[in-house]
Design a protein around this ligand. Sequence first.
Ligand code: ZN
Length: 303
Amino acid sequence: MKKWGFLLLLLCLTFLYIKPFLESKEEMQHYELYKNDKVVDRKISGNLQKKEITEEQIYQGNLLLVNGEYPAHPKSIKSDIINLSTHNELIKGYGLLESEMYLSEDIARRFSEMTTAAEKEGVRNFCITSGFRDFEEQSVLYQEMGSAYALPAGYSEHNLGLSLDVGSTQMKMVDAPEGKWIEENAWKYGFILRYPKDKTTITGIQYEPWHIRYVGLPHSVIMEGKKFSLEEYLDFLKEQKSISTTMHGEKYEISYYPVTKDTTIHVPSNLRWEISGNNMDGVIVTVFPISTHANLKEVGMAE
Ligand SMILES: [Zn+2]
């Protein structure tokens, strides 16, 4: 008994000692957010409604995995691709390398929000060097530049409209403050550095400090907290089936469902949710807290 009391005291003292360090370090914040991760028994909060999932949905959404093993499906291309140079309101906080630069309008808006935030911190020389490429353009690039530079048509994330290459107008991205800022902050805005230095064996792609990919919140935050590549994150969801996480005191639920013909799942009727395929074998349902302003504002209650 005495021994336990002593151990408990020691534990308390240790906690009191390390607590200020946890609080003072910014990078510990997402650890704090995600230590609440827990597996739930696929119970989704609130009133439920049935939702039929078609096989096509495996190939649509922001969480698609596109790599050497899983090519992009023609149905995977974002439906809101625009030429950025004709949308001045969206090119705030960055420049364009070429006058014809295509990207999903939604992703462009989020990227602009991110670079505007960077500008407030004095990092302001961003430039998009490559956006959406259709299969034909990808094929030309592959033939002209070779496999060391480009991927064959359909195997590049650029074929989705969800990815972009970001440069600095001043220097190479690997040395630029813009590169450093992206590496440290992109996850807060729903973006991930898709090909990090320490994940080359998993992604099969060399370190690319310029290539960012949109996955959305809360996914980018979880991936940052757990140091997951997209491959690892999707495997994790499949393994766990359902996770819930709390961000800024609000709860998000994320569930994976394998999809075969005639798959029916349950989604809440009183909360906002989003469905994305994984481009492999199933879909991921994200249930958002009711008061997430950014989500309610832009998307409404359901898809
Ligand atoms: Zn790229």
